[in-house]
Write a protein that binds this ligand. Sequence first.
Ligand SMILES: [Zn+2]
Length: 326
Amino acid sequence: MSRLIASFLLAGLMAATPMAYLKLGFFTSTGLVGIHWTQPVSYFVTNRDADGVTAAQLQAAMGRAFSTWASVPRVAVTHSFTGFTGAEPFAADGINVIGFRARPELDRTLGAATFEFDEVTGQILESDIFFNTTFKWSVAPAGQAERFDLESVGLHEVGHLLGMGHSALGETEIRSTGGRRVLGKRAVMFPIAYPAGNIEDRTLEADDRAGFADIYGSGAQTGTISGRVTLGNAGIFGAHVTALHTGTGDLVSTFSLTAAGDFTMAGLAPGLYVVRVEPLDDADLDSFFDEDTGVNISFKPAFFAKLVPVPRGGAGPSLHIVVNAK
Ligand SMILES: [Zn+2]
């Protein structure tokens, strides 16, 4: 079994990063095996209050976050709250635990998720989430100044618990005091949170829904774009590929994830898309890939020359996108 610390969510106040959805999984001889649940997701909540938020309020906020993911059209994921517990998140104890913990040494981490999965099937066996009480939290319906919205950050962490990776659909600026600040984002799964008081991440975006449908949907009502990104004849790994629906303005993205530059984007609403490729240069690479992974960012952004049709339940033409060196 493999235990992963999934992607810390950094505090918007001090740190920020960008991206589209990144499917978590591993490659075998038959292709990418995605990480996923094959059973109802049952979770416990640690019986510990935080300043301003009780354990019961944490449980209620997590219930809303699970329900938001479960309401993505045409996906079948069931979840249930089992009860309060004295068990701590991040203990490998065979149960899923969500709770508050004081982690003052993680001064840019609002919360984090881990999961343990079967290395053959990709089935998730256990996942935990903690929220860092070094920060001030709120469950106020309209948000609360100076406090992070627990449901918003919870929706991001529950996304990880359910098997979602980070998205790069966001823009940040480097702060003079260090870290990044979010200027805008189009995915709850973007690795950097909005500032305290903001509640926009209670609502999923098109990119989140596409990534989730890619894991849990049947594919019957959505479509796929796939292809390859190359510089000359050489494949590019880690190119950020975005697709804009010309009818709705929905934006979905992914990465090329092989040495040959192959990418696949599933869970797309049918329609005509504008496809663009860009380097992942407005982000901290380690929010998306292991440090030792060679992500190529030395190329210029490029559009695919034609609109790309995505049929319902099928795939559009396979795209070959050629980029130029920076
Ligand atoms: Zn995250």
